[in-house]
Design a protein around this ligand. Structure first.
Ligand SMILES: [Zn+2]
Ligand SMILES: [Zn+2]
Length: 149
């Protein structure tokens, strides 16, 4: 999925009614390159790429892009908010308790079955937020090495 040239990103911003700025383009690129980054991570990437930018400018760009539906904001319990550009498919996340690494995980069966609640109490449901917690393979391996014996 590497169709994101800078021309596409220009068009993407305009389609969503956003002015094209160097900051927004850089933020868009940073998030598509490393999904599930925190605002701080994105700030560091963008600053390395385009030089002077304030934290506030990065937060503003993230808020505008999230607001327009270009980014999804995920905030697992006890973690900073993360941003990704994979939106609209109701996918879930798997989070490592040890190193906080987050990966995408599709719905367990078929197409968004978790939107079909067994009892919706009359609500019109449009999103199911599921976070799986555990330990990533690296952290499992590190533990078995250090405690190995
Ligand atoms: Zn881990
Ligand atoms: Zn994701």
């Amino acid at each position: 999925m590497s169709r994101a040239t800078s021309v596409d990103n220009d068009a993407l911003l305009r389609q969503h009614g956003l002015h094209v700025t160097a900051q927004r383009l850089a933020v868009l690129r940073a998030v598509s390159d490393r999904p599930h980054s925190t605002a701080e991570d994105i700030y560091n990437v963008v600053r390395a790429e385009i030089g002077a930018i304030s934290h506030q400018a990065v937060y503003d760009a993230l808020a505008a892009l999230t607001d327009k539906g270009l980014f999804r904001r995920i905030q697992p319990a006890g973690s900073s908010a993360r941003y990704e550009n994979r939106v609209g498919d109701n996918h879930h996340h798997l989070v490592c308790r040890t190193c906080s690494r987050m990966v995408d995980i599709d719905c367990a069966v078929g197409d968004t079955p978790c939107l079909t609640a067994s009892d919706d109490s009359g609500y019109e449901i449009d999103e199911a937020e599921v976070t799986y917690w555990g330990r990533c393979p690296d952290c499992v391996a590190a533990t078995s090495i250090s405690s190995g014996g």
